[in-house]
Ligand binder design. Structure first.
Ligand code: ADP
Ligand code: ZN
Ligand code: ZN
Length: 726
């Protein structure tokens, strides 16, 4: 008997496939069951020749094929590229695709019945009801038949045994598909021009388009046209959105444009929804998938378009486990699928803006990149004016955080029957609790972090590791009772202050603590739209995706909040967030007003916001990055060594640093304690690698780290193009 040897990639942290034998060849992409050690797992038959090295006779066999469609070839190539770019073992990459093991089992075929041939006329009332129900449709699923005939499934089973009914498989339910021919809104000339350009990209089948436009300019309407174009060509579409922008409002718009809901993919799905959804996608029954970053690893085939909406959003970066940036990898996937990508944003990342040649005075567009702009808000609504409130002069009352101008603006909006938003990107009541007697500050026992006071939950919480405890009655340092006081504001505290100023106002706190689920979020949106709330106090939960026509005032409690820390993108991100929050004000006919409380009104971010001069900010920021060799004029990688023993951690970090190859255009900085020097009880030392754009940074890291062993007590995390600098 002839034996075939096939390389099989397993979803385990291995760089390469392992050889297995089978009696007949199994084509690449097929999902198979194999043994590894003493356990059974699934793997994917990989391309190329067997690894060799072990005689065929001594190899383990492929135990069987899994009854699921094979992984498409572009997806296999994509996993290889992603593994290379992120220095992740190929098997760990595969694991992201096979993330729903239950979906690999074919779904149980539900039972259906029809009247048996020669079953004879009904003899009882029950039999008559059953046959009447079947007379209409011929066959019915068991549950449906039981319902219509007002009986139970066991009773139906008895009728089948008695020969009155026959078991059949049910008709497959019709699969509704999005209809590209349903009419969309009639587009403005600018919108129509952008839509035509996007459709042309879809037809050409490659390229990267940066679609830029202020909030409300109709970017979504425009890329819906590109989706329609892809659907017309019989292709599938993947839309990536930040988790918190996956709102009911977005879905409703999609549904009203295309007639059916898209396939959703996010962390809030139930196990059953994930299983069904994955299967539906693998079987090619979902033509539009919209999801958070992990949707990039779904087994979609025949992609005709990839959209990354809110492309600048930091949440596209996954920074635990397999570390990757979904936007950057989306470009890779699209290239390998031969389909275009649309990056959408009101405030594109400096990286994308530079690549698309979108910064006046900056470098020209990279080849394959196009920049499309929607200049105005749709319907002529104007962007709100942004005013700075100088906190050094406009002091809030003692112990309070809202300045007189903000209070006056709130009063005016509320009296006019309009809605207002107080924005502070900080959950909880206070970011710090300290002792008035001895100055002790309460910190997390296992992180370098202060504990946040949460009054709604009556607990202290570490936002880094989730540790929590009731508020202590006495100071753990000096033992004084009643001396612990909250310091600084969180949204809960701002809401308290607002309640004390406007006792009649209907106020809601909007954070992941209060509206953590999709349902809670959509209920809140409904209440706001129905005018049941006057004032929202919230974090960046509120910054995206919602259109509240009656909301005319936005006040930012602490505009300086995001500007500190060692993050090279701090200014950029602050600017994006504040502009996005500002965009919540006055989206309909009503003009909006935005107040930013700041201690530093001369900061370039504040100046640019107040002048509405985004380009000036980008140019200045770009010049600074260029001078410092920071992205997009260079690449960074962070290597973080962590472990329970500080000495050991430092030892490994130092020996890594000593072993760094000297290469022109690469600098290795550190090791130094990471800003979060202790996280979840583990010490962290960081090395930063800075490379010129011409350097193949992943390649450099691979050469450096090849063959280097990390003791199992320690962990080495490699973050290429880091977004978080903690
Ligand atoms: P963006 O994605 O740029 O924030 P949207 O596409 O969400 O903008 O559009 C903002 C609002 O304006 C939405 O309610 C949208 O339905 C509406 N809108 C935009 N363009 C048109 C148009 N041409 N006709 C009708 N409504 C439009
Ligand atoms: Zn004390
Ligand atoms: Zn902690």
């Amino acid at each position: 008997m002839s034996v075939t040897v096939s390389p099989v990639l397993l979803p385990v942290p291995l760089d390469h496939p392992l050889d297995y034998r089978s009696d007949a060849p199994v084509p690449a992409g097929h999902i198979v069951r194999v043994a590894i050690g003493s356990r059974e797992t699934v793997g994917v038959v990989w391309d190329g020749p067997p690894t060799g090295g072990v005689a065929a006779g001594r190899l383990k066999p492929i135990l069987g094929r899994v009854d699921a469609p094979p992984l498409p070839e572009p997806l296999r190539r994509f996993l290889e590229a992603a593994a290379r770019e992120t220095l992740t073992p190929l098997g760990s990459m595969l694991r992201l695709v096979l993330a729903v093991p239950a979906a690999l089992e074919p779904p149980p075929v539900p039972l259906a019945y029809r009247a048996a041939e020669g079953g004879g006329p009904p003899r009882t009332a029950l039999e008559r009801r059953v046959l009447e129900a079947l007379a209409e449709t011929g066959r019915l699923p068991a549950a449906e038949l039981a319902r219509r005939a007002r009986t139970s499934r066991p009773a139906l089973a008895r009728l089948a045994e008695a020969g009155l009914l026959e078991v059949v498989s049910p008709e497959p339910p019709p699969e509704p598909t999005p209809d590209p021919e349903r009419p969309g809104p009639s587009l403005s000339p600018d919108q129509a021009a952008a839509a035509r350009a996007l459709v042309a990209e879809v037809e050409r089948g490659n390229g990267v388009v940066l679609l830029e436009g202020v909030p409300g300019s109709g970017k979504t309407e425009v890329y819906f046209e590109a989706i329609a174009a892809a659907l017309r060509r019989g292709k599938r579409v993947l839309v990536l959105l930040p988790e918190i922008a996956l709102t009911a409002q977005w879905l409703e718009r999609f549904t009203s444009r295309f007639g059916v809901e898209p396939q959703l993919w996010h962390s809030g799905l139930t196990a059953a929804q994930r299983r069904k959804g994955w299967r539906r996608i693998a079987e090619g029954r979902a033509s539009v998938v919209v999801g958070a970053r992990s949707a990039l690893f779904l087994p979609l085939s025949e992609l005709g378009l990839l959209v990354v909406d809110e492309e600048h959003d930091a949440s596209f970066k996954q920074d635990e486990g397999v570390i990757y940036h979904a936007r950057d990898l989306a470009l890779q996937r699209a290239r390998l699928e031969g389909c275009p990508v649309v990056l959408v944003s009101a405030t594109p990342s400096l990286e994308s803006a530079t690549a698309a040649g979108a910064v006046p005075g900056g470098p020209p567009a990279r080849s394959g990149w196009t920049h499309l702009v929607l200049p105005d808000r749709w319907g002529g609504a104007s962007m709100p004016t942004i005013e700075l409130v100088d906190l050094r002069r406009e002091r809030p009352p003692r112990g309070a955080f809202l300045s007189p101008p903000v209070r006056a603006a709130l009063r005016a909006a509320l009296e006019a029957g309009e809605q207002a938003l107080l924005f502070l990107n900080r959950r909880g009541f206070a970011p710090l609790t300290l002792c008035r007697a001895c100055g002790h500050r309460l910190r997390c026992p296992s992180c370098t972090a202060w504990l946040t006071a949460h009054r709604l939950r009556r607990r202290l919480l570490c936002h880094h590791c989730g540790w929590s405890a009731p508020e202590p009655e006495h100071c753990p340092a000096c033992g004084s009772v009643g001396t612990l006081v909250p310091s600084g504001p969180g949204v809960e505290r701002i809401a308290d202050e607002a309640r004390s100023i406007f006792p009649a106002a209907r106020i809601a706190v909007v954070t992941s603590d209060t509206v953590g689920t999709a349902r809670a979020a959509s209920e809140l949106v409904t209440r706001v739209l129905a005018g049941e709330l006057d004032l929202l106090v919230g974090t960046q939960m509120l910054a995206k995706g919602h259109h509240f026509p009656k909301l005319t005032l936005v006040a930012v409690v602490d505009a300086d909040l995001g500007l500190t820390g060692g993050d090279p993108r701090a200014a950029e991100r602050s600017f994006q967030l504040l502009l996005q929050v500002a965009g919540r004000a006055g989206r309909a006919e009503r003009p909006g007003r935005v107040l930013l409380q700041t201690h530093d009104p001369g900061h370039p971010v504040m100046v640019a916001l107040a002048r509405g001069d985004r380009m000036a900010f980008l140019r200045a920021e770009l010049a600074e990055r260029e001078a410092a060799g920071l992205p997009p004029f260079g690449r960074l990688a962070a290597l973080v060594v962590s472990g329970a023993d500080a000495e050991e951690v430092r030892g490994l970090a130092r020996s890594l640093a000593r072993a760094a190859p000297a290469v022109e255009g690469v600098r290795v900085l550190g090791p130094a304690p990471a800003p979060l020097a202790l996280l979840r009880g583990r010490w962290r030392e960081r090395l930063l690698v800075q490379a010129r754009p011409a350097v193949d940074l992943p390649g450099y890291l691979r050469d450096w780290l090849a063959g280097r062993r990390v003791p199992s007590r320690l962990a080495l995390e490699i973050d290429v193009d880091p977004v978080s600098f903690l």
